[in-house]
Design a protein around this ligand. Structure first.
Ligand SMILES: [Zn+2]
Ligand SMILES: [Zn+2]
Length: 305
């Protein structure tokens, strides 16, 4: 069973032995420039990220031509193992992102990023995670008939193609037949109004309705980088935090629990009371207080309805 320990993590879990990863090269399997996105964060703690070219798209794409096998973490681990094998080095990183509608609003898109370290020497996997709203991840439907130009003008007014790219693809729900290959009609990295018109015309050969959406590949979507970097910071922290029970690195905050009372009226709020830190290897848990134990009246449904 998991033991519960309320000692502050920072006091208790400072590494007692030199960290096993300092000064080691980390291979990063990437096709979309992710080593450039996180390399400086690892360099700051003495870890050298070496990009290695692996066809990561064979593990799944944001566009429908290659479905993702398994969940995001399985995919990231598979990519990292491919990188370790390609470079013949024991430590490898890989990242994976998912974009899903926020269940509370149904409108906002939530970006979740994870960055895994696979340590093939000691058979450990450590995962850093981060999430945040991604209002820049957009999708539009274009009817490829007479009004296509009006739809395209509307899209071009809402997206800055000098800053981020879009893709165009046939909408399979509107396609007359499903005999076309999954990759048919998809154009990625669209970076100008002219290219967008061509891409929509191309996709319209397979479906009268075309989906235009933000190109989510890391090298095409600079707005994606902030959350990837936060996942890297979480991973770096875990690599330097040993589990108090089994001594292996990877220990870190996993979830928030509890509902703190309002400091003014005592009503229950959505603010958590505790953070749960967990070991990915032995499942040992430590619970630490989240903040003051009470919520400010600004977060209270009674004081600030
Ligand atoms: Zn442990
Ligand atoms: Zn209150």
């Amino acid at each position: 069973m998991n033991s519960i320990d309320t000692t502050p993590v920072t006091d208790r879990h400072a590494p007692a032995v030199p960290n096993p990863y300092v000064g080691r090269p980390l291979v990063m399997a990437t096709q979309h420039g992710k080593a450039d996105v996180v390399g400086d964060l690892f360099a700051a703690v003495g870890l050298h990220v070496i990009p290695v070219a692996v066809d990561t798209d064979r593990f799944g794409t944001f566009t429908p031509e290659v479905p993702r096998p398994g969940d995001a973490e399985d995919v990231a681990v598979a990519k990292a193992r491919a990188g370790a094998a390609a470079a013949r080095l024991p430590l490898a990183l890989a990242s994976e992102g998912t974009f899903t509608p926020d269940p509370d609003t149904g409108l906002l898109v939530v970006q979740r990023e994870l960055l895994v370290l696979v340590d093939t020497e000691r058979d450990l996997t450590i995962t850093g995670r981060a999430a945040g709203p991604a209002p820049w991840a957009r999708s539009w439907a274009v009817d490829a008939g007479a009004d296509a130009d009006a739809d395209l003008d509307r899209i071009l007014a809402e997206v800055d193609l000098s800053h981020q790219r879009v893709i165009a693809r046939p909408d399979p729900a509107a396609a007359p037949s499903s005999s076309a290959p999954a990759s048919a009609g998809i154009t990625k990295g669209v970076d100008s109004p002219g290219a967008l018109r061509d891409a929509v015309r191309h996709a319209a050969r397979w479906s009268p309705r075309v989906v235009v959406e933000t190109d989510l590949r890391a090298d095409q979507a600079p707005d994606r980088h902030a959350v990837i970097r936060r996942a890297a910071v979480d991973l770096i922290h875990r690599m330097h935090t040993d589990c108090p029970a089994c001594g292996r690195p990877g220990f870190g905050a996993e979830e928030h629990t509890g509902r703190a009372p309002c400091s003014a009226c005592g009503a229950t709020t959505a603010r958590p009371t505790h953070v749960v830190h967990r070991c990915p290897h032995c499942s040992h848990e430590v619970r630490t207080p989240a903040g003051e134990g009470t919520a400010s009246p600004g977060d209270c449904p009674e004081c600030n309805p």
